[in-house]
Design a protein around this ligand. Structure first.
Ligand code: B12
Ligand code: SF4
Ligand code: SF4
Length: 376
């Protein structure tokens, strides 16, 4: 028997793309659920322990590479990207080069992207359902075990670069990804082709040597992991290389030539809040827990909590210039902090300054170049 109301899937996809643009997404693409090669890379990555303390990565295993196991009935993944580079922020290299300031990754200067994108994706799916009738779907933004970059690449949104982020010729890499997992057999897009060519700029630009080979990231060395995902003490040998990066890291993307073509964020919620684009470290370290809660609620930074935030700033204060008396007094003021984790990082930072003072007057060398340099 033929369906009395067949859905025109081509028209549905065109409509989705148009609605996505109206909601602030810069591109939409559709992929099948099959990513066997990426699954092999994922399993090898896990076997090598590159996920560190992110136990959920191991726990989810192949669920991450099999969207139909996550949501039964899924046959397509609709991926979208949304630009986040804030146009009004202080120059990233300038901030990285001034060790009395803290560097917050450019994706986290405004409001939490998870909420912004989930809301827009839900509107996108609901809009289509209102037009064509109910269909099965689930929206995700980093919120479900889904191999987002591989699926977005297959949907034509960009290629996975040697730094392991997704990038595109017309958009660079300063964008987030989100998906709709659906049972609608929408027409497929063509996977994006790769354009890193012989470039390797991101690999030596990494301050901690976390990109151990092209396309292979040891998260345990990545500053993004260390400042956001890692709960315990930051390994002592990596602390100098963190420089003034207190939340996330952008270095491998800052050097990428394709980011000349990146576009700035259009969503008003990505505007810089509380001067986070160039905050004075000493002033940040004086925030109380209540001030942190009040100011960071609604930001991605809120997720790491006051203790990890303070731990990160203590490390950056330890890497501040020897002449920075403001840094020293901010550290002294929290020597008796309630958190043992923070106290230990404060002592490390003070010791680093003491060694500097008693040495021949020369500052201890951390990675002093604006974008950092490998420590090994
Ligand atoms: C875990 C995670 C992290 C971890 C690990 C990063 C990583 N590379 O996996 C940490 C905490 C370090 C991290 C950091 C960042 N993250 Co993150 N992260 C994720 C998360 C939740 C899962 C990623 C994942 O599945 N990793 C598993 C490993 C196996 O994947 P992979 O390293 O990318 O490896 C793939 C390829 O490189 C390839 N591959 C692997 N080995 C080999 C070997 C060879 C020879 C070849 C050819 C290929 C190959 O296959 C693998 C599978 O596709 C995703 C959201 C999601 N649900 O997907 C966000 C996500 C990837 N992160 C994102 C962002 C923005 C960041 C940061 C830029 C934040 C910041 N500024 O601090 C940094 C970037 C660091 C970097 N250089 O990658 C965005 C990326 C957007 C984009 N344009 O790509 C995502 C997609 C979140 C989102 N919804 O927007 N992240
Ligand atoms: S440059 Fe920064 S974000 Fe990129 S891999 Fe290295 S530590 Fe991680
Ligand atoms: S810096 Fe070069 S190698 Fe790295 S992702 Fe960009 S184009 Fe690819």
């Amino acid at each position: 028997m033929t369906d009395p109301h067949p859905i025109d899937l081509y028209a549905a996809k065109l409509e989705l793309a148009a609605r996505a643009r109206a909601l602030g997404f810069t591109k939409l693409g559709v992929a099948s659920v099959d990513i066997p090669e990426d699954e092999q890379h994922l399993l090898r990555w896990l076997d090598e322990g590159f996920h560190g303390e992110m136990d959920y990565m191991r726990r989810h295993g192949t669920l991450r590479s099999r969207p139909a196991d996550l949501v039964p009935g899924t046959v397509r993944v609709v991926s979208v990207r949304m630009d986040y580079w804030p146009s009004s922020a202080r120059d990233a290299e300038e901030v990285l080069g001034d060790r009395s300031l803290g560097y917050v990754s450019r994706y986290a200067l405004g409001r939490d992207y998870h909420k912004i994108m989930r809301r827009a994706l839900a509107q996108l799916a609901e809009g289509l359902a209102a037009r064509i009738g109910p269909f099965g779907y689930r929206v995700c933004v980093d919120s479900a075990p889904v191999l987002e970059k591989a699926l977005a690449r297959n949907g034509g949104l960009g290629w996975i670069g040697k730094h392991t982020n997704l990038l595109a010729r017309d958009a660079g890499s300063w964008f987030f990804l989100g998906e709709i997992l659906t049972d609608l057999p929408l027409p497929l897009d063509t996977p994006a082709t790769a354009h890193c060519g012989s470039c390797q700029a991101c690999i030596p630009a990494c301050p901690t040597g976390a990109i151990v080979a092209p396309y292979r990231l040891d998260a345990r060395r990545c500053i993004s992991y260390l400042t956001i995902e890692h709960h315990s003490a930051i390994p002592v040998e990596l602390r100098p290389a963190l420089g003034n990066r207190i939340y996330g890291c952008d270095d491998c993307q800052l050097v990428c030539p394709w980011n000349k073509f990146a576009r700035t964020a259009t969503h008003p919620d990505f505007k810089v809040r509380y001067g986070l684009d160039a905050p004075r470290l000493a002033a940040l370290f004086r925030w109380t827990a209540a001030e942190f809660d009040a100011r960071m609620r609604g930001s991605a930074i809120y997720r790491i909590g006051y203790e990890r935030w303070s731990r990160n700033i203590a490390v950056a204060l330890g890497n501040a210039p020897a002449s920075d008396s403001e840094a020293l007094s901010a550290l002294h003021a929290r020597r008796e902090d309630a958190s043992a984790l923070v106290r230990e990082h404060v002592e490390w930072a003070l010791e680093r300054h003491r060694v500097r003072e008693t040495s021949t007057g020369q500052a201890i060398s951390g990675p002093e170049t604006p974008t950092g340099e490998p420590i090994s």
